[in-house]
Design a protein around this ligand. Structure first.
Ligand SMILES: Nc1nc2c(ncn2[C@@H]2O[C@H](COP(=O)(O)OP(=O)(O)OP(=O)(O)O)[C@@H](O)[C@H]2O)c(=O)[nH]1
Ligand SMILES: [Mg+2]
Length: 651
């Protein structure tokens, strides 16, 4: 089974899950059991599943064979080399391969000049007119190759222009961006490329990121700060003919290696093992040589040996195109593909499963709670009315009084609910004073001011540190407020459960931990890339200030934006069940009272009324049966594994 097949199995699972959830949503609507909140949550879940993407990035020094490996793993079916792969520097800009059906097949190119503005690539993605768009003729491999050659485009500019665009130009022969006699330097023509291409895997949500060699990665901070850390798998490629060079090590440390050891989804490929194939040597000797190289790579990167995958991308591509099984085996690509699917797919499935499961369970339990409380209320009413059989008016009056009292009690309870609501909004306000974007905006402005006015590098450095301290402090305080809200809601949920029999369960938990972690990561990056003694001594204050805001502060802002969105969703989700159940309970009490009143007026309607209620009860019971079936259906799909065991048995 190839990676493509594993991936297809995963996509199928996702489709099945969407269908099961869709059925649940439809049933809720048909049975008038839905509310705005649940509706929104289910459509968000479905949207997330539809837009679910799996990001795989290829990172290495230039000419290690990244593009060739992508061709071999994903595009061999086209019978040719789709991405350009040649000796020397080929891919000049980060290139994303994906498919968005809303757009025609094309290659979109963001001009390098866009670096002059402060905006990030993701910002530019919202403005299509800033991109140069070249249509892709997917019917012809030759036409595609021709169009994709644009990722190698370069331009010659003056040294000053290159520097302004963020390229580090140093003199000396070994540097990538070299100044020629005329004082010009060759730089990439494009800043970023997006290839929109209806390949089956891309259609199913795979996104491949091909990157250019070291220097170009370093100059696009969004890659190192956001695209690579968020990729589900990152393949780091070394070449057997060069071994692990100093610049390979730099790329590894900067972009992939984690100090604390191995991170999930990070894999090392030792490419070009065909350079070790030697007709004069026996297979055993060649294998031993490959093993030795693997051992050196693993040792240098301090990884276990089984994390380094020796392959020949070029021979694998050739073998797949010619259907040469023997050569494909020798290229060892299948081992890498299997390991990649095992890293990627079960982990990805787990993320999707966890997200879906908690959201779905919540909607499911809420619906069941609603039906259960309706049923309990109804049964009480039936019992109440049954007890009235053959009783005189006095008893009916007594019953009426009882229900009226209950209603009054509940109305008093409602006062408490209104009080809770006002405390809740007070606590929410407190939360947003720290977590909200206004606080961050203020912090950003004061930091900018401090940095602009700084006369000493120490002040400059202190301002950056202070920025992170305050940002972190805001998250910590928000955490306290989240806890306070949770505790209060727990108490209230319990009170309403005990005193009025509402079925509320426990409030959903919420944690800001991952945002704290993200801010720590950005802080770490800042203090090794911008806020360092070396940078402070060798760069202009304005340049460092600009970098700090364009590269770091902007990511912190994004983190806070996500945290805010999450927190808002959570606040709605913990308040909603109470609102729904209280409304429901009120309706029930009113109905009970009316029902008894009617009987009080005309005792002969009693049997009719009981029969009516029993009919409603039957309906409720069958609704609960259907709900259980639908819930089981979703759970069955969730529990299915397209993970390693399933893959192995299918292989
Ligand atoms: N012998 C051999 N050569 C390979 C192999 N894989 C790639 N190459 C060659 O190595 C050169 C560089 O390959 P690319 O795919 O362009 O490398 P890259 O990492 O994408 O390089 P940049 O785009 O410049 O960053 C090309 O000439 C490839 O044909 C391999 O497995 N064996
Ligand atoms: Mg390349």
């Amino acid at each position: 089974m190839t990676l493509a097949q594993h991936f297809a199995a995963y996509s199928e699972w996702r489709t099945e899950l969407s269908e099961a959830l869709g059925k649940f949503g439809g049933w809720l609507v048909d049975n008038e059991l839905t509310d705005a909140q649940t509706d929104r949550r289910i459509s968000q879940l479905l949207e997330k599943l539809r837009e679910d993407r799996l990001h795989v990035a290829f990172v290495a020094e230039f000419s290690r064979g990244k593009s060739e490996l992508i061709n071999a793993i994903f595009f061999a079916d086209y019978g040719n080399r789709i991405l350009p792969s040649t000796a020397g520097r080929t891919t000049m800009c980060p290139t994303e391969l994906m498919f968005d059906p809303a757009k025609a097949p094309s290659i979109e190119l963001l001009p390098i000049e866009s670096r002059e503005s402060k905006d990030s690539i993701s910002e530019y993605k919202r403005f299509r007119d800033e991109w140069t768009i070249v249509p892709l003729d997917t019917g012809s491999a030759a036409a595609m190759q021709e169009a994709l050659r644009h990722v190698s485009d370069v331009v010659r500019v003056d040294r000053a222009v290159a520097e302004k665009l963020g390229f580090t130009i140093t003199d000396g022969d070994t540097e990538v961006f070299r100044v020629d006699a005329a004082g010009t330097v060759e730089i990439p023509r494009w800043r970023h490329a997006i290839i929109n291409f209806p390949h089956p895997l891309l259609q199913q949500g795979l996104v491949i990121l091909d990157t250019p060699g070291l220097n170009a990665i370093g100059t696009e901070p969004e890659l190192t700060l956001s695209l690579l850390p968020n990729a589900h798998a990152v393949l780091f490629i070394l070449a057997a003919d060069t071994g692990v060079t100093q610049s390979d090590l730099t790329v590894w440390r900067e972009h992939i290696g984690t100090p604390g050891g191995r991170k999930k989804g990070r894999m090392v490929v030792l490419n070009k093992i065909d350079s070790l194939w030697d007709e004069l040597k026996s297979t055993e000797e060649i294998d031993a040589e490959i093993a030795r190289q693997v051992d050196i790579c693993a040792w240098t990167l301090s990884l276990p040996e089984d994390q380094v995958f020796p392959v020949s991308a070029q021979k694998a591509l050739l073998a797949k195109i010619n259907g040469d099984r023997q050569l494909l085996d020798r290229s060892r690509l299948s081992e890498l593909e299997l390991a990649l699917s095992e890293e990627l797919i079960p982990a990805k499935q787990e993320i999707v499963r966890d997200n879906t499961e908690s959201e779905f369970s919540d909607c499911y339990l809420r619906t069941r709670g609603l039906l259960e409380s309706r049923l309990t209320g109804l049964r009480e009413q039936v019992t109440e009315l049954t007890e009235l059989r053959g009783k005189n008016k006095g008893v009916v009056e007594y019953m009426m009084g009882k229900v009226r009292l209950e209603k009054e009690e509940f109305d008093t309870g409602l006062q408490r609910y209104y009080a809770v609501r006002s405390v809740f909004s007070q606590l929410t306000n407190n939360l947003f004073t720290h977590l909200g974007l206004d606080a961050l905006r203020l912090l950003t402005n004061t930091t900018r001011e401090a940095m602009v006015n700084a006369t000493f590098s120490r002040t400059l450095s202190g301002a950056m540190e202070h920025f992170f301290e305050v940002a972190r402090g805001n998250l910590v305080r928000s955490r306290g407020e989240v806890n306070e809200i949770t505790t209060m809601m727990e108490v209230i949920y319990k009170k309403f459960a005990v005193e009025h029999g509402l079925r509320l369960g426990t409030p959903i938990a919420f944690s800001l931990r991952r945002y704290e972690k993200e801010v720590n990561r950005l802080d770490q990056w800042c203090s090794t890339h911008i806020n360092t003694m070396f940078q402070l001594l060798t760069h202009e204050k304005t340049q460092l200030t600009q970098r700090f805001f364009e590269e770091v502060a902007v990511q912190v802002r994004k983190t806070f934006e996500h945290a805010n969105r999450d927190a808002e969703g959570w606040l709605k989700a913990i308040m909603a069940p109470m609102e729904i159940q209280i409304r429901e309970h009120q309706i029930q009490l009113k109905r009970r009272l009316e029902s008894i009143k009617r009987i009080h007026q005309a005792t002969d309607t009693l049997e009719e009324r009981i029969a009516e209620l029993v009919h409603v009860e039957d309906n409720l019971v069958s609704q609960m049966v259907v709900l259980k079936d639908i819930g089981q259906g979703v759970r069955d799909v969730l529990d299915k594994s397209v993970g390693s065991e399933a893959l192995r048995s299918a292989a």
